[in-house]
Design a protein around this ligand. Structure first.
Ligand code: AMP
Length: 463
């Protein structure tokens, strides 16, 4: 999972990139990078850590440009360290090019092997490198695609790349004098376009436009290749797919609640998830307590639909990262306690409905139930506003292997007893599907095991 951001035609594009990618920090905390072009050449910064800590004001001095792309990384493929951080920069026959990618290719290993057998060298272990390597490997113009004279040199190479890769990719290419915004034909990952007068912006989520007071223009469509240069914007659809597979987990957990992605306002979908669970639920309780932050919006929906008061029985400490991100179980356990504390003032003697967005390994819920009990809650009814996670993701979300997913190892009653709650209930798959505007266009394989694409390279996943 990653966040990407791009800006074209701005005085001090590096600063737009800095603030834009900062607004996408929730999509990746391992590393951050910015590539900037002054229309003559491309420069790059890449650092491990959070945007505000990693990139200092001094780093941006002397890093001036008119266009830029940026990335925050949360590794799903390849080693997690700073070596694989993006943008990746390549030297091609078209000059320097930088690329940022959100998603995961499902045929990386076989393509890499094919290219290595031909003598190509790879410098990274991330699938994103293919978007540079393949640029030099061929040309392709799909039937019926008319190229604008300005695009006749570059686009056949880009279309060749896209004809070879399979999987999930929302992508920005930065050339010294142009930018390309691309979304895979099934549209797994989001990518939107914004603008401020004649400055064009691209981002994984609309919240990155808000921080720059830019207007949200539209989404890049599944399968779209958009070229921006000083002459204007040109849009192509080289490869069509009858099926879309936008990631429903973006709406459940990943995107920020104030964002607009996949034709949906995240806040509305999340609130509806809570309402739908309330309609499916018979429990008697005194208060509704959200697990912050991702349980907050659905808990509002649940409490309003049930007519039960919403209380902040869990308080978040804002100075730590997300609990899932730590590599070992022990570290993840401590991080839950660092992140959340119980609030005895509202919990003591109460029958509590606890609302969380998803249950993956079950670790978080177990800690939370323990915490609420110690703070005097009389009954704890854990409510999850999405169905059990049963399928690993091969398209860019870091979910554990099939065996690590608690719902594949235990039945509902055993999970309830493992987390120590008095009752446990999930939102049904039908419920979740009905919470979004256009359910047929979504991938919900993590909840349904219905994969929209065949996956070749399962060995690629690192966790
Ligand atoms: P657990 O059940 O302990 O594995 O953790 C589940 C919690 O982690 C959920 O309540 C989410 O808030 C969060 N979460 C779920 N999926 C992810 C993910 N792919 N990356 C980071 N956090 C996640």
């Amino acid at each position: 999972m990653c966040g990407i951001f791009g800006v074209f035609n701005a005085e001090h594009a590096e600063r737009y990139a800095f603030y834009g990618i900062y607004a996408l920090q929730h999509r990746g905390q391992e590393s951050v990078g910015i590539a900037v072009s002054d229309f003559e050449s491309i420069k790059l910064i890449r650092k491990a850590g959070l945007v505000l800590e990693a990139i200092r004001k001094e780093d941006l001095n002397g890093f001036f440009g008119y266009s830029a792309i940026a990335h925050v990384r949360y590794s799903t493929a390849g080693d997690p360290g700073a070596t694989n951080s993006q943008p990746l920069l390549g030297e091609t026959s078209l000059g320097k090019v930088a690329v940022v990618h959100n998603g995961n290719l499902v045929n990386y290993l076989s393509l890499r092997k094919e290219l290595e057998d031909k003598g190509k060298r790879f410098f990274y272990t991330s699938d994103t490198e293919l978007f540079l390597t393949l640029l030099e490997e061929g040309e392709f113009i799909p039937e019926g695609v008319e190229l604008h004279p300005l695009d006749r040199e570059l686009l056949p190479k880009v279309f060749y790349v896209l004809s070879r890769v399979r999987g999930a990719y929302s992508l920005l290419y930065l050339f010294k004098d142009k930018m390309l915004a691309i979304r895979d034909p099934m549209g797994f990952r989001p990518l939107l376009m914004g603008r401020i007068k004649d400055t064009f912006l691209f981002a994984s989520e609309s919240c990155a436009f808000d921080i720059l007071q830019a207007e949200l223009w539209r989404e890049i469509k599944p399968g779209e290749v958009l070229v921006v240069d000083k002459q204007g914007i040109r849009s192509y659809f080289p490869f069509k797919s009858n099926k879309k597979a936008m990631c429903i987990f973006e709406l459940v957990y990943f995107s920020k609640p104030e964002s607009f992605v996949f034709d949906n306002w995240v806040y509305r979908v999340r609130k509806r998830m809570g309402e739908l669970l309330a309609y499916e639920d018979q429990v008697s309780a005194d208060i509704v307590v959200p697990v912050p932050d991702s349980g907050l919006v659905p808990a509002i929906g649940y409490s309003q639909a049930k007519g039960l008061p919403l209380e902040l029985g869990l308080i978040r400490n804002h100075y730590v990262g997300r609990s899932f991100i730590e590599p070992t179980q022990e570290l993840r356990d401590i991080k839950v306690l660092m992140k959340l504390n119980s609030n005895r003032a509202v919990l003591e003697g109460k029958r509590v409905v606890v609302i969380d967005d998803s249950l993956v390994r079950g670790t978080t819920s177990k800690k939370i139930v323990g915490m609420l009990k110690r703070a005097g809650a009389k009954e704890i009814h854990m409510r999850i506003v999405s169905p059990p996670v049963v399928g690993p993701c091969y398209f860019g979300i870091d979910t554990p292997t099939r065996d690590e997913l608690i719902a594949n190892r235990m039945n509902l009653e055993d999970i309830r007893s493992f987390i120590g709650a008095d009752s446990l209930k999930y939102l049904s798959l039908e419920g979740l599907r009905s919470a979004v505007e256009n359910p047929q266009d979504f991938c919900d394989a993590c909840f349904s095991n219905l994969y929209p694409l065949e996956v070749e390279d399962t060995a690629l996943r690192i966790r």
